[in-house]
Write a protein that binds this ligand. Sequence first.
Ligand SMILES: Cc1cc2nc3c(=O)[nH]c(=O)nc-3n(C[C@H](O)[C@H](O)[C@H](O)COP(=O)(O)OP(=O)(O)OC[C@H]3O[C@@H](n4cnc5c(N)ncnc54)[C@H](O)[C@@H]3O)c2cc1C
Ligand code: SF4
Length: 534
Amino acid sequence: MSNLNSADVVVIGAGVTGALLATRLAKTGKSVLLLESGPRMGRDQLVERFRSSAFKSDFMAPYPYSPLAPHPRYTPEPNGYLQQKGPHAFNAQYIRMFGGTSWHWAAQLWRYVPNDFRQHSLYGVGKDWPISYDDLEDYYYQAEVIAGVGGSPESGSPRKHPFPMERVPASWLQQRVTARLAPEFTVLDDSTGRNSRNYDGRPACCGNNNCMPLCPIDAQYHGGLAAQQAEDSGVKVITEAVVYRLEHDEKGRIAAAHYYDWNKVSHRITAQTFVLAANAIETPKLLLMSISDRFPQGIANARDNVGRNLCDHPAIGVSFDVDEEIWPGRGPVSPCSIGQFRDGDFRAEHAPFRIDISNASQVAAVTKEVVAEGYFGKRLEEQILFRAARRLSIKNALEQLPDRNNRVTLGDKKDELGLPVPALYWNVDDYVIKGTEQTRACYDAIAAKLGATNIKHSKSGAFSNRQHITGTLSMGLDPATSVTDAWGRAHDHENLFMVGTGVMPTVGTCNVTLTAMALALRTADKIIEESRHA
Ligand SMILES: Cc1cc2nc3c(=O)[nH]c(=O)nc-3n(C[C@H](O)[C@H](O)[C@H](O)COP(=O)(O)OP(=O)(O)OC[C@H]3O[C@@H](n4cnc5c(N)ncnc54)[C@H](O)[C@@H]3O)c2cc1C
Ligand code: SF4
């Protein structure tokens, strides 16, 4: 039995990956303690907070914030939690609360394509993974069943089993864009964890376009559901528990995790096995904070790899008015995308990418625009209706290669518990720039096929984050260039595992969380298997 000071396994971070792993371990009878730095809040409270928020297009607005477990915020002003040290700002978003960041996502749950796992062997760039697509196929399916994923079977990722969920019917926007871009561009259903029928006690999507920041009826899968399931499976949960140090014994095994509660009282928790699931920025921060005489650079960091190879999808966008009414805002926000540039020999030369077609309502954006143009009264109303019915917004997920110089370190500022904030250095190289040029050419071709007017490309040379943070805890066969082995175990510490997007060596061209979920389930099975043989 776990008590609140020790357990068989301590998991740090109650996001979707930590929660899935904790659930699986608890179901085998292990005592599991889940430490979560943020508070607990229910969907009903979050929906209420969203309804009363003045910042409807800020996805963070409904989510609780505390300077005791701070996260980055950008509205109304950036809170400076992430110290930016590189030529490009890495404007990461994440949530610190029970359930983690995927409370406010689009639930796009894609598999990587098989060649993503052997990019270096095939194309001479990036990294090979220590595992193959085939090693992960079963786990991908298990994660898809948990989340109720549906999508296009022709996504480029072979499957042994059909999707567990049928697709949500295509919106009018999706139907028109698919028809008009063919045959040059093939528009696919996104792979999403979104119910098209009652599934796992949750209702079917009713199509009213609030998926980000929050599906009000839980038709969309998210980490809050995963964390609750962990607790319901017997996992003991302590929220408002900010882990700030890992302690090791004389053999280098992790002996305890130390956390502050929100009164800054310190607690020491012991376990046989520790799993870090605090996301790809906070986990390296914790490792770098955990210094000792024997590990002066921090835990799992004997070869200075922790925090390096920080990647995201540096994105560019375009918006324009289509020559017919497509009515964005009816149906889910992310229904479809173009996947034909995700893989090919060109990857030796430039970044591959996926093109994401948004179905988010454009009313707020066009209203701001036409008010700024001086419209008022009846003409204002006509212009809002005219443009909001035609406006199409598109962005990309373009692969960035791992670069050791892009990294998370400890900043010199401190939070209210006296813990250092994360500092980030981020740059983009020619591989990305060339991929960006290819994307822009596609955007222009798409706009032409849709009879576009009022075309607006995002600013040249500027990139936005897609929040697919990877690489900082990279798994690999060689301890000289990676932090964990192929199971997410720290090369330097036998009983320390890591899960989450940080262990992924490359970022690919799709939203990354399904792969992290699959890896977390695989790591859970490894821990279970080893304890059977112990
Ligand atoms: C706006 C937005 C949209 C997104 N859309 C998608 C999408 O459609 N598809 C997709 O695949 N991905 C999407 N993502 C990314 C996705 O949310 C993350 O990849 C995913 O949540 C990572 O899960 P995780 O469990 O690793 O970490 P998290 O969900 O970030 O959870 C980590 C948890 O650890 C806790 N923690 C942190 N530090 C400590 C500490 N010191 N002690 C104790 N606990 C700690 C945090 O409080 C948090 O609850 C999106 C992200 C954003 C911001
Ligand atoms: S459209 Fe989005 S917010 Fe609305 S029910 Fe469907 S998943 Fe939920």
